[in-house]
Design a protein around this ligand. Structure first.
Ligand code: ZN
Length: 147
C-alpha cells in the first residue's frame, strides 16, 4: 500500500511532468513575474479577470519541481473561481505553508484538494519559497487586474 507521502510525491511529479495551463495570455489579461533567487525559480502568471471571476490563467517560467508543480496546481485550482474565492484560497495555502500562528480570520471551509500534497514541503524551510512563489506572483497579478 502506498503511503500518503508517496501519493503526494506522485501528485507533485505529475504536475511537474504535465504542467497545467502552460503558456501566455495577451492583454486585456494581466501578468506578474516572480523570482526566487535562492533556488533560481522564475514564474510568470497571466490572469484574465472577467466580471470578478478568474476566467483564464496561464503559467510560464522555469525552475525546480516544487516551484513548477506548485504553479501548475495553483493554475488548476484558481481557474473559474471568483476573485474573492481565489484570495481565500491563497491565504489558506500560504497558511498551510507557514509555521506561523493560526490566523483567526482564516476561512477553514476552503478546500485545498490536491494542494495538500505540498504540505510536506514545510519540513524543508528552504523550499517553502519555491512552493509559495507562484502564489505570491498570483497575488501581484490580481492587484494589477484591479488597478
Ligand atoms: Zn525552487
Amino acid at each position: 500500500m502506498p503511503g500518503l507521502e508517496d501519493l503526494y510525491r506522485e501528485i507533485i511529479l505529475d504536475h511537474y511532468k504535465n504542467p497545467r495551463n502552460r503558456g501566455e495570455l495577451a492583454p486585456p489579461a494581466v501578468s506578474a513575474e516572480g523570482h526566487n533567487p535562492l533556488c533560481g525559480d522564475e514564474i510568470q502568471v497571466y490572469l484574465l479577470v472577467e466580471n470578478g471571476t478568474v476566467s483564464d490563467v496561464r503559467i510560464a517560467g522555469q525552475g525546480c519541481s516544487i516551484s513548477q508543480s506548485s504553479a501548475s496546481m495553483m493554475s488548476a485550482a484558481v481557474k473559474g473561481k471568483s476573485v474573492d474565492d481565489v484570495r481565500k484560497l491563497v491565504s489558506r495555502f500560504k497558511h498551510m505553508m507557514s509555521i506561523e500562528e493560526c490566523d483567526s480570520e482564516l476561512d477553514t471551509s476552503v478546500n485545498l484538494g490536491d494542494l495538500e500534497a505540498l504540505q510536506g514541503v514545510v519540513k524543508f524551510p528552504v523550499r517553502i519559497k519555491c512552493a509559495t512563489l507562484a502564489w505570491n506572483t498570483l497575488l501581484e497579478a490580481l492587484e494589477s487586474a484591479h488597478a
